[in-house]
Design a protein around this ligand. Sequence first.
Ligand SMILES: Nc1ncnc2c1ncn2[C@@H]1O[C@H](COP(=O)(O)OP(=O)(O)OP(=O)(O)O)[C@@H](O)[C@H]1O
Ligand SMILES: [Mg+2]
Length: 217
Amino acid sequence: MSSVQALATTGRFITLEGVDGAGKTTHLAWLVEYLKSRHVPLCVTREPGGTPLGEALRELLLHEAMSIETEALLMFASRQQHLQSCIIPALNAGQWVVCDRFTDASYAYQGGGRGLPVEKLAMLEHWVHSDIQPDLTLLFDVPAEVSFERVRGARSPDRFEQLDLAFFQRVRQAYLDRAVADPLRFRIINANRAIDEIQLELAEVIMSYIQGEAHAS
Ligand SMILES: Nc1ncnc2c1ncn2[C@@H]1O[C@H](COP(=O)(O)OP(=O)(O)OP(=O)(O)O)[C@@H](O)[C@H]1O
Ligand SMILES: [Mg+2]
């Protein structure tokens, strides 16, 4: 039995993180094809969103004015629903869940970017998912100036994308701080390169993750 077939009996939770425009959605599409070609059973999802309620909350979060506290609470409300009705059932069914943003984004955006105390976010995290964390988090790291330009060229800005460069610098730093504090879970990927080059590294990272997991099980 190949290592991937052996692994397919147990789900894994992989998250993609990074500032707006870092390339998460671009690389997620590639990663999904890569894993599919290796017959890994997949559940592909995103935050905020991932459920009908979560997608409705996403619309509010991206477009309605609200306080920082409300923003954080709605992010975790969406997450709770997402975990209960999508992520946990998929993991229990042996699927690999590939999720575009998760709780690290709350620490980076509502914490680092907006300035909400980390203790409050930690309380919410503990309430909503004290017993589950991503197995692997791919952090696409890019200078805020670069991501700013990418997003500005791509579409009309949502509430977050209208924020200033200093906001995205704080978000980037908060992500990096979390990655440095948890090196076993995070892989920092330099996303300020050509997409092909990044994908070569991504393939190596995923292959070595799969092999490492196979040895551990
Ligand atoms: N390495 C790269 N070099 C040049 N352009 C890139 C690179 N990565 C992504 N892009 C482009 O930047 C834009 C934003 O990319 P993408 O939507 O994947 O980012 P994202 O991290 O998902 O952003 P968001 O958080 O806003 O959803 C797209 O137009 C994409 O084609
Ligand atoms: Mg995206």
